[in-house]
Write a protein that binds this ligand. Sequence first.
Ligand SMILES: NC(=O)c1ccc[n+]([C@@H]2O[C@H](COP(=O)([O-])OP(=O)(O)OC[C@H]3O[C@@H](n4cnc5c(N)ncnc54)[C@H](OP(=O)(O)O)[C@@H]3O)[C@@H](O)[C@H]2O)c1
Length: 252
Amino acid sequence: MDGNRPLAEQVVVITGASSGLGRRMAHAVSAAGASVVVAARRVERLKDLADDLPSATAVACDVSVDEDRVRLIDTALDRYGRLDGLVNNAGISAPGPASRETVETFRRQLEINLVAPFALAGLAARAMRANPGGGRSIVNIGSIMGLRSTAPMPEAGYVASKAGLHGLTRELASQWGRHGIRVNALAPGFFPSEMTDGLVSGDGSAPDWITQGTALGRLGRPEDLDGALVFLLSASFVTGHTLVVDGGFTTR
Ligand SMILES: NC(=O)c1ccc[n+]([C@@H]2O[C@H](COP(=O)([O-])OP(=O)(O)OC[C@H]3O[C@@H](n4cnc5c(N)ncnc54)[C@H](OP(=O)(O)O)[C@@H]3O)[C@@H](O)[C@H]2O)c1
């Protein structure tokens, strides 16, 4: 029942790999030897990424669309014959005061950041259970904003979605442990990306409340997540855990 195939022999689906943290995650998981199936809506970017990696497949996928989610998992199975890992990384945010956030905006964030990971986890779990001896690991990309307020940055829908994702992680880990499926969350602090453009800069500059609030005194660099992600995909007795990678922001 245990998923024990080494990461170097695994097939891992990574959503939201067309930019930012997901793109870097694809490189990190690939560097560990795994085959990766990279998904997002901007497929040309995914094809460029896949061309740079030794074993990768690009799949156009809107994670909020049922048929796209099914096609993503089916493509991994058709191409590689199995699925060992899923990284639910695709996400959106809509910063702004709750008093001005529409229900539609709030709901859309739940749809992409919480409902889609739940649906994909279900599809992936079914595929993993049909693969005796394979890896069985799901990593949900949460956020420190799912753990505490990061005022002065207001984000009701995003915070609710990420807090929900952390709770979902614990619950799926509890329910699916008997199948050998591990479910963990990775909660980054502040990293430059398209999502944080305007708040933090690629050159490492950020508002004082972020740099002074971070014990290590700097923003995250994309490579700062590599070890944590590879660890969660590989750590055979770790499940239901949320691993914070924030340079010590939540220590303060
Ligand atoms: N950057 C940070 O400081 C930070 C901190 C904590 C957590 N996170 C989390 O890390 C994850 C990655 O964020 P990022 O910072 O790398 O942001 P990003 O550069 O904006 O990347 C977001 C990714 O999600 C994909 N995506 C968005 N909507 C999608 C949809 N409907 N279907 C499929 N893919 C979709 C985007 O691809 P397409 O547009 O091509 O579809 C893109 O690849 C998110 O879950 C985010 O909440 C980021």
